[in-house]
Design a protein. Structure first.
Lengths: 88, 1023
């Protein structure tokens, strides 16, 4: 419904595979590479279009070991992670 | 308080107006269920929920912390909490300044005011819309620091930085910076959750209400909409999980709660009357009362003295002398100004009020228990309602403001809550339903609570036939149910005026209402709980009608005064006995008309009983028939015990009045009058059979102790049990009955003046002007059409007929009316062209004036005038109106066409009723007029037709629906009863957006002189 922050989307959103502990992502894989999460900078929850039956999404803005800035989210209905943004 | 202790200090209720989605009681219950020791309430810029919050918290055993989230300069939010009563008073003053010093509806606190009233407040930096968080989020860290320093300098240790984590983007950054700022400036931090609802599942309601507030639909994005559903009343565990990184912020919530004391105290805030000399208010009141008593009673009997002394003693003990003096003074002012007024309600049971001329009911003669009004045992606030001539009520209010000062007077508020229509419209729009759809739905809904829609769809046939049972409306109805009763607006109470001995802003903020008056933020119940006393200055249009009629009658019969009228005029009672009571105060509803037609009222006491009988309680309790039967001698009047004779003889052995319940408990069971009134109230509100049985046991025990045998005592209690909750206040009924009689007298002897005055004070009463005019016509009164040279602003009497005013003409504006009257004062109009050249009123007004016959006296062919109108409108200001005239030779409108146009423009008939045009065809089909029906036998199968008047569904004892309505034709009204089975078949014809004329067939019922039809078949009469 609403998106926080600036930056540019480098790649369209897509499913990713995430290793999480206590609901917090520790690493994720994308396009054959694995990225370790160094720090969770922000997290937020977007309830989405509840009136259409959408489930909430949990967003994480993470810094990876290589210094990349990413936004990924968990669709709580499908229990599936997606890549949302990559910051330049 | 060990373990994970936490208190929510930032909480919104529905009194945040479209920004809170759980009732105060639900919020308190949720906090109590989680064993939280306290809870704060911080609605936006108001404390309207403070009283109910304090009450709910007390009941739940938790500490209420009163507060508000205020808006400060720049539109920033700031959370204020009252440490105690002094802090609460400061909060009220800050809010008052915020409201009165800003445009209405946009309160804003000035920092100077916050500084002036800073004591005993705890201040939190607020949500993301707080100045400090907002600046931090915009990376203006230096400015945020300066803002924090300012707060610190104002509130010192009472200032906290508020940390919130409702899983919003930027929270981690914001909270880290706030923590850092706190450490730098030594400001403690405190965790809150900016609560807007009690449970996670209430989030959709909050989001939907936000859409209503922001005038957007659910599909639209808006920065003020909540991103997620995390703003609920989270448990201690949940808050500790969120703030595990900062446990001190959690601990602080408990410390703050411990610092706060309940802010609403029991201190009395009664008015203080400015005494003329050194005497005490009690002594002055005594003197006035005895002076009045001598005038009222002449010789003061021991009974009167004893009564007055007793009342004065109670008034003194409870500290209400000033209150009586304030009302006495106000009434004196009104009388001196010639403003008609009359006390009503339970104050009629006070001899003190009678001797001060606050009421006109003599409670000594009526043997009314003072305790129905005031007692030491109950110690409730006295409630004296005064009716004023509606035109001058505000003038009296202004006097009260001048006398006691603006800071000590305020108008009581009302909370307008979501009702079915507003809920359907507001929520429907936000949910994306089409406006036409929600409008049609809202219009088709009866006046029910917003949580009763679904059951109503099954109950009411007019709804069952519509499309509303489709699944697509279900989500809307579910949400309507969830907001039912939530406040929507703060409004102005019709007559409640708080007068306090101290500034009212000690306990309530003031704000401007739409009418421009300064209102408190509390309604009448809350005001009483705050130990404030209110005066009820009610506006009664009937008094205006009486005044107007009396003035007009005096012009032709000098010296006429209705107050001097005998109360036993035979002709007046004859009119009542015919049930011809349309327009008569309190006696005009169909049920009252039916009662009058069979009661055979012969004295004022019958009218007193009538006023009390036609109420939901007595009707549901089936009290009407036994009363009438005994009144007419058809049933023997019996008493269960000889002691009941003096108490019940005026109502023929039937317990009709609340005062009688008090008297019975006193005389038979030895209750003190105060205890007896408490018993009456307990019986009225007894929730369970067990409670009632326990009351009965006490009654019987005490009656037996007084020598009444147990069986009789039990029977008397059973009788009281049956009637207690239905009884009506005799003092109130007696106060109204005299006014009813006066209007009945005028209707009997001076009908032209009476109906003229009545029509001039619409809307009031039960019927539309069209029905009132029809009733007047059926009494032989002629109506004259509006006429440009004669009609004015009001209905007037002209040669024994009633002239319809220009204000009835559709589209007539105040400037147009004034322009016509001004031009006419320089000489009459002689043509349409002359009229237009001198008034320049708008085309639509001119057209309507032509079509309703207002120019008939100048030119009788309306179609020719209409054809001439374009030329007249094109006439230049230099053209002489005499130079030209209307085209000739056009056929005028037919009488039916004229009638239809007149009715459309005036919304009333002039000289004949719509049904008279249909009479020929209806007669052939066997349809009878209401007058013809009056001559038929009970049980006859009849058919009638006419316009439906006021169909309504009053509550019934059985719970089954019965509809009452009247059918109006050219000869008057006939009442129709529609029982559930017939209603279920034809209800859609009675209720709905635009019910038209109806044909009704059924069984004629006769009761006394009254005639009605029990409907069996209803059809629409084709137009």
């Amino acid at each position: 419904m609403s998106v926080f922050g600036g930056g540019s989307i480098k790649s369209p959103a897509g499913k990713i595979e995430v290793v999480a502990e206590g609901g917090v992502p520790r690493s994720f894989g994308w396009r054959g590479r694995r990225y370790a999460v160094r720090d969770v900078l922000e997290r937020w929850k977007d309830t989405g279009r509840w009136w259409k039956g959408e489930a909430p999404k949990l967003f994480f803005r993470v810094e990876t070991a290589g210094g990349g800035l990413w936004e990924i989210y968990l669709d709580t209905d499908q229990n599936t992670w997606f890549l949302y943004k990559i910051y330049d | 308080m060990g373990g994970k202790a936490f208190v929510h200090l930032h909480v919104h209720s529905p009194f945040s107006f479209l920004d809170g989605a759980s009732a105060v009681t639900d919020l308190v219950a949720a906090a109590a269920a989680m064993d939280m020791p306290a809870l704060a309430l911080t609605d936006h810029n108001n404390v309207s929920a403070a009283v109910r919050f304090a009450r709910a918290a007390r009941d739940a055993g938790i500490k209420p912390i009163q507060g508000a989230e205020v808006t400060v300069a720049g539109g920033y939010h700031l959370t204020l909490l009252a440490r105690d009563a002094k802090g609460y008073a400061n909060l009220c003053r800050v809010l008052t300044r915020a409201h009165l010093g800003s445009p209405r509806g946009k309160p804003c606190c000035a920092w100077d005011d916050l500084e002036e009233h800073r004591d005993n407040l705890i201040v939190l930096s607020g949500c993301r819309r707080g100045e400090i968080p907002s600046l931090i989020l915009r990376r203006r860290y230096g400015e945020a620091k300066r803002a924090a320093r300012r707060c610190l300098s104002l509130w010192g240790k009472g200032f906290y930085l508020e940390l919130q984590d409702a899983l919003l983007p930027g929270n981690r950054f914001l909270n880290n910076r706030l923590l850092e700022l706190g450490r730098t400036l030594s400001i403690p931090v405190v965790a809150t959750n900016n609560v807007h609802y009690a449970r996670p599942e209430d989030f959709p309601v909050h989001d939907l209400l936000a859409c209503v507030r922001l005038h957007i639909s659910l599909e639209e994005v808006h920065p003020e909409r909540p991103l997620n559903g995390e703003n609920y009343l989270k448990s201690q565990d949940a808050m500790y999980a969120l703030f595990s990184w900062c446990p001190e912020a959690l601990r602080k919530t408990v410390e703050i709660a411990e610092m706060c004391e309940p802010a609403l105290t029991d201190e009395k805030r009664y008015p203080e009357f400015p005494m003329p000399d050194e005497r005490s208010p009690d002594a002055f009141l005594r003197e006035l009362v005895y002076q009045g008593a001598t005038e009222r009673y002449g010789c003061l009997t021991p009974e009167v003295r004893e009564r007055l002394d007793k009342e004065l003693g109670v008034i003194a003990r409870l500290g209400y002398a000033d209150y009586f003096l304030v009302i006495w003074d106000m009434i004196n002012y009104a009388r001196a100004k010639g403003i008609r007024c009359a006390g009503r309600g339970s104050a009629g049971a006070s001899a003190v009020a009678y001797c001060l001329y606050l009421t006109e009911v003599d409670p000594v003669a009526r043997r009314l228990a003072f305790e129905r009004f005031l007692s030491l045992e109950r110690a409730e606030k006295p409630d004296i309602d005064i009716d004023f001539d509606s035109r001058y009520r505000d003038e009296v209010s202004q006097y009260v403001y001048r006398k006691y000062g603006e800071e000590r007077v305020a108008v009581v508020a009302t909370y307008s809550t979501f009702q079915v229509r507003s809920a359907v419209r507001d929520l429907g729009k936000a949910m994306g339903y089409k406006a036409e759809e929600t409008d049609a739905l809202a219009k088709s809904m009866p006046f029910i609570r917003a949580d009763r829609i679904v059951e109503s769809l099954e109950l009411f046939p007019e709804l069952r036939r519509g499309p509303w049972r489709r699944e697509r409306y279900r989500p809307l109805f579910d949400f309507c149910a969830r907001v039912a009763g939530f406040p929507r607006f703060l409004g102005t109470h019709l007559g409640g005026l708080i007068v306090s001995g101290a500034p009212v802003t000690n306990v309530t903020p003031l704000q401007l209402a739409a009418r421009g008056v300064r209102i408190a933020q509390f309604d009448r119940d809350d005001v009483e709980d705050l130990n404030l006393v209110k005066l009820d200055l009610l506006s009664l249009r009937t008094l205006s009608v009486l005044e107007d009629a009396a003035e007009a009658i005096s012009a032709v019969s000098p010296g006429f005064s209705y107050e001097k009228l005998p109360l036993d005029d035979a002709a007046t009672y004859r009119l009542l006995n015919q049930g011809r009571t349309v327009g008569i105060f309190q006696l005009e509803s169909p049920a009252q008309r039916a009662l009058q037609a069979r009661l055979n009222a012969a004295n004022i006491e019958d009218i007193v009983a009538s006023v009390a009988l036609i109420r939901p309680g007595p009707i549901k309790g089936n009290m009407v028939d036994p009363f009438v039967a005994r009144r007419q001698g058809r049933e023997p009047v019996t008493y269960l015990h000889p002691k009941l004779v003096p108490i019940l003889e005026k109502t023929y052995g039937v317990v009709l009045f609340q005062e009688q319940v008090i008297a019975i408990a006193t005389e038979l069971a030895g209750f003190t009058p105060g205890e007896a009134d408490r018993l009456r109230r307990l019986m009225t509100h007894a929730r369970s059979h067990r409670e009632m049985r326990s009351l009965g046991e006490e009654f019987v025990r005490r009656a037996v102790a007084k020598g009444v045998d147990e069986k009789t005592a039990g029977e008397v209690f059973a009788c009281l049990e049956g009637y207690a909750s239905y009884g009506f206040c005799e003092a109130h009924a007696a106060a109204f009955a005299t006014t009813s009689y006066w209007t009945a007298y005028l209707s009997t002897h001076h009908p032209v003046y009476f109906y003229t005055a009545l029509l001039n004070h619409q809307p009031m009463g039960f019927y539309s002007p069209a029905t009132l005019a029809n009733e007047a016509r059926s009494r032989g009164i002629r109506f004259l059409p509006p006429e440009v040279n004669t009609s004015g602003e009001k209905f007037t009497v002209e040669n024994g007929a009633i002239r319809i005013p220009l204000t009835r003409v559709k589209e007539m504006s105040r400037p147009a009316l004034e322009s016509i009257i001004r031009a006419r004062s320089r000489g009459p109009f002689f043509s349409l062209a002359d009229f237009y050249s001198r008034t320049r009123v708008e085309k639509d007004v001119l057209k309507n004036l032509i079509l309703c016959g207002a120019f008939d006296a100048l030119h009788s062919n309306r179609r020719e005038l209409l054809a001439w109108l374009p030329e007249v409108l094109a006439m230049s200001s230099r053209q002489k109106a005499l130079d030209f005239g209307p085209p000739a030779g056009l056929a005028d409108f037919s009488p039916v066409e004229k009638y239809a146009l007149e009715y459309h423009i005036l919304e009333m008939d002039i000289d004949r009723h719509y049904m008279s045009f249909r009479r020929g065809e209806l007669r052939k089909e066997g349809y009878l007029t209401s007058r013809q029906l009056r001559g038929l036998r009970h049980g006859t199968w009849v058919k009638t037709a006419g316009l439906p008047v006021r169909p309504h569904r009053p509550p019934t004892k059985s719970g089954r629906i019965v509809v009452f309505l009247s059918i109006e034709d050219e000869t008057g009204l006939i009442d129709i009863t529609v029982f559930e089975d017939v209603y279920q078949r034809y209800g859609h014809l009675l209720f709905g957006p635009a019910p038209g004329p109806l044909k009704v067939a059924g069984i004629l019922e006769r009761r006394g002189r009254g005639v009605s039809i029990t409907a069996k078949r209803i059809e629409r009469l084709d137009l």
